[in-house]
Design a protein around this ligand. Structure first.
Ligand code: 5AD
Ligand code: SF4
Length: 434
């Protein structure tokens, strides 16, 4: 038998890329590749890229620059670019970067083994098509190896919302949902291999329509799987938070009380310019309904500052919305102009204004995050233990609310879910006792 070849995958961007990277590694296992953690000893290097903001996309080009000496030292090394940059700029990368052997868009990962076989030693392979079938189905069954207690599971890809700032509808295509029976099969398989918590992924996961009762129906079916204890989903659009999903938050015990619900801005003027199709008030009313269903739910969000045309007054509205929601966590971004999106053509906000707004918003959200975390002290949460901590005898896991919790303990195993009393709150984690 021949020596196994080594595969190094570097993943950028969102959790969907994390899931895709796992599936790509599994697909290439059939070609004789085993994973490695270092680029230096790899026979194949895949960059699974993100195109959402300019900075993210630029990372690909600087990483390719860093890989040049490796390729020069080992001409047989295959270098591939996958993910959203591959989709958006694949042909250009191939033309500009001679060291890239293959380019594969997010919808073509099932063709990866064939592309790998075709590429290398000066031969190039590229596939950035949008096939209609379930690429994950075509990737075949997942191997039966044991795995950690938490897993991502992509159930939906793409987006039809066309927010004016966003490249996703162009790079990942229109919305496609995987059939519920396939998802359930994959979930049962993950549970058999040790998974206790599944996070359902989709760019617009609550628009999922692979189950006759939507995402809520899928969640209810998943909740019936013995051995699966926790369900989460991300990312959601406010307009797709339907009554059934809100009810699931009230009724399905395994559905964790944490919801990532991006609103992007608190200004109706900006929301309209963003093509979000909801107002700030719509969002606030939705939050109220969700909290009525699940009073302890922790909310998280995404915000863009410096969207073209955003004034000081608009930004003040965003601060006001954040004040009234009270987030457990939130992600803030400076608007980044993306070629081909409607907002890219508009008059841009000055960089220093964006910087200042970002700092102001981050400070506010930082205070809210800290307050939410501090409020856990004295409470008992249930922690799913994931791995040993950095200190001897320490285990780390996540609470229902996605807070990292460190516990000094022996006799706790990966995958255990135990009640933990929170004793203190540090900069970005909690300390607790069993
Ligand atoms: N500029 C800045 N942030 C963006 N996002 C998406 N597109 C852009 C852009 N062009 C942010 C949004 C989205 C998150 C995943 O990334 O807040 O919810
Ligand atoms: Fe992009 Fe999300 Fe808007 Fe879809 S809903 S266009 S993925 S920001």
């Amino acid at each position: 038998m021949s020596e196994p070849k080594k595969l190094f995958i570097k993943t950028y961007g969102c959790q969907m890329n994390v899931y895709d990277s796992e599936r790509m590694a599994e697909a290439l296992a059939g070609q004789g590749y085993i994973p490695t953690d270092t680029a230096a000893d790899a026979d194949m290097i895949l960059l699974n890229t993100c195109h959402i903001r300019e900075k993210a996309a630029e990372k690909v080009y600087s990483e390719l620059g860093r890989l040049r000496p490796l390729k020069e030292a080992k001409p047989d090394l295959k270098i591939g670019v996958a993910g959203c940059v591959a989709q958006a700029e694949g042909a250009e990368i191939m033309a500009r970067q001679p060291l890239v052997d293959l380019v594969v868009g997010p919808q073509s990962y099932h063709r990866l083994p064939e592309l790998e076989a075709r590429a290398g030693r000066g031969r190039k392979a590229l596939d950035t098509d949008f096939p209609e079938d379930d690429k994950f189905d075509r990737l075949g069954a997942r191997p039966k190896s044991q795995r950690g207690p938490t897993a991502f599971l992509t159930v939906q890809e793409g987006c039809d919302k066309f927010c004016a700032f966003c490249v996703v509808p162009y790079t990942r295509g229109i919305e496609v949902s995987r059939a519920a029976d396939r998802v359930l099969l994959e979930a049962r398989d993950l549970v058999e291999r040790g998974v206790r918590e599944i996070t359902l992924l989709g760019q617009n996961v609550n628009a999922y329509h692979g189950h006759e009762a939507g995402l809520a129906g899928l969640i209810r079916d998943l909740a019936r799987i013995d051995g699966l204890h926790r369900i989460r989903f991300t990312t959601s659009h406010p307009n797709d938070m339907d009554d059934a999903l809100i009810a699931a938050h009230a009724e399905v015990e395994k559905l964790m009380p944490y919801l990532h619900l991006p609103v992007q801005s608190g200004s109706d003027r900006v929301l309209k310019a963003m093509n979000r199709k909801h107002t700030a008030d719509d969002y606030l009313r939705l939050v109220t309904r969700i909290r009525e269903a699940r009073p302890d739910i922790m909310l998280s969000g995404d915000f863009i500052v410096g969207f073209p045309g955003e004034t000081d007054a608009d930004f003040a509205d965003t601060l006001g919305l954040v004040e009234s929601v009270g987030y457990g966590q939130a992600y803030t971004f400076k608007y980044s102009s993306r070629p081909g999106t409607p907002a890219a053509e508009r008059v841009q906000v000055a960089e220093d204004v964006k910087d200042e707004r970002l700092q102001t918003l981050q400070a506010l959200i930082g205070r809210q995050q800290r307050a939410a975390q501090d409020a856990m002290v004295g409470r008992t949460v249930r922690v799913l233990f994931e791995k040993p901590g950095r200190m001897a005898g320490q285990m780390v896991g996540k609470s229902e609310y996605l807070h990292a919790v460190h516990v000094q303990t022996t006799g706790v195993e990966r995958g255990d879910i135990l009640p933990v009393r929170i004793v203190s709150s540090n900069s970005n984690s909690l300390k607790g006792e069993i």
